[in-house]
Design a protein around this ligand. Structure first.
Ligand code: ASC
Length: 277
């Protein structure tokens, strides 16, 4: 892998920040707020930020970059797809519980549902996320989908995933603001209480975490090396035997060639020469 040290720096920073986000949200609900319970009160609402930050931000962030971990490049593509999908499914499960918690809390307290911008964007993102997951499982995990369809859908899959991840972060920031404005009364949010400052910091850390994930996910040089074309074009889908038989540690020249080709293309791109080729 090119820029391995820089990759490690970004990965370790993302992991440290991801755990910090989870610790911050737990400290918020346990220390500053009413803790966690399933009782229709504030403690039930508190599951909402905890599960969204753990599932939709941290676990989802890891799901996005899991193919980029160079130690997994010797694992079969099918195994990696299952891990990628499994992490998305885990995130989805936590998000569903997070939504149930907030609806139950609203209903118990007679607070109207789905009137805020946070809830509109949030629900739209969850629906599109589940749709993306469902379509992607059919396209990339079921062996019946032809490679031409997989290839055609790939840029939408990648763009859609990154767009949704960006929207998740924006929605979370709206949710934090909304909660602070509603719940901080005495002292008010506007008087800089410790809880306000703590949660504002959590919001900033969410942006930094998202920035690291998006950076790792978009470096062309950190991409998992492509599979062999003959195997990709297996009529029953590429992953039936896929790279489980391809040992990249013994086959370094392939990986290096891919990386060299990529560097050459990038240099050409930068020089604006590819369009003329
Ligand atoms: C897959 C897979 C890929 C793509 C490719 C088409 O299912 O593993 O790498 O689709 O075959 O872009």
């Amino acid at each position: 892998m090119e820029g391995y040290k820089s990759f490690l720096f970004f990965l370790v920073s993302a992991l440290v920040l991801g755990f910090t986000l989870v610790i911050f949200v737990l400290v918020w609900v346990l220390d500053y707020s009413d803790g966690l319970a399933w009782d229709g009160g504030n403690a039930e609402f508190n599951w909402h930020p905890v599960l969204i930050i753990t599932g939709f931000i941290f676990i989802e962030g890891i799901a996005i970059i899991v193919y980029r971990l160079p130690w997994t490049w010797k694992c079969s593509k099918l195994l990696m797809k299952c891990i990628h999908a499994g992490l998305h499914l885990t995130a989805t499960t936590l998000v569903v519980v997070a939504l149930v918690a907030v609806f139950e809390y609203h209903n118990a307290k007679h607070i109207p549902n789905l009137y805020s911008l946070h809830s509109w964007v949030g629900l739209t993102v969850v629906i599109l996320f589940v749709l993306q997951l469902f379509v992607s499982i059919i396209v990339y995990l079921l062996p019946i989908t032809p490679v031409s369809i997989r290839a055609a859908f790939m840029s939408i899959h990648v763009y859609g995933g990154l767009l949704l991840f960006g929207c998740i972060m924006g929605t979370a920031l709206m949710g934090l603001t909304e909660k602070l404005i509603f719940s901080l009364r005495k002292p008010a949010y506007s008087s800089f209480p410790p809880e306000g400052i703590f949660v504002n910091t959590l919001g900033l850390l969410i942006i930094v975490f998202g920035g690291l994930i998006l950076w790792i996910a978009t470096r062309p040089g950190w991409k998992r090396p492509p599979e062999h074309v003959e195997k990709d074009q297996h009529p029953l889908g590429s992953e039936v035997d896929d790279v489980s038989t391809t040992d990249y540690s013994k086959n370094k020249s392939d990986v290096e060639l891919n990386s060299e080709a990529r560097k050459r293309n990038l240099t050409l791109d930068e020089a604006g020469q590819r369009s003329t080729m």
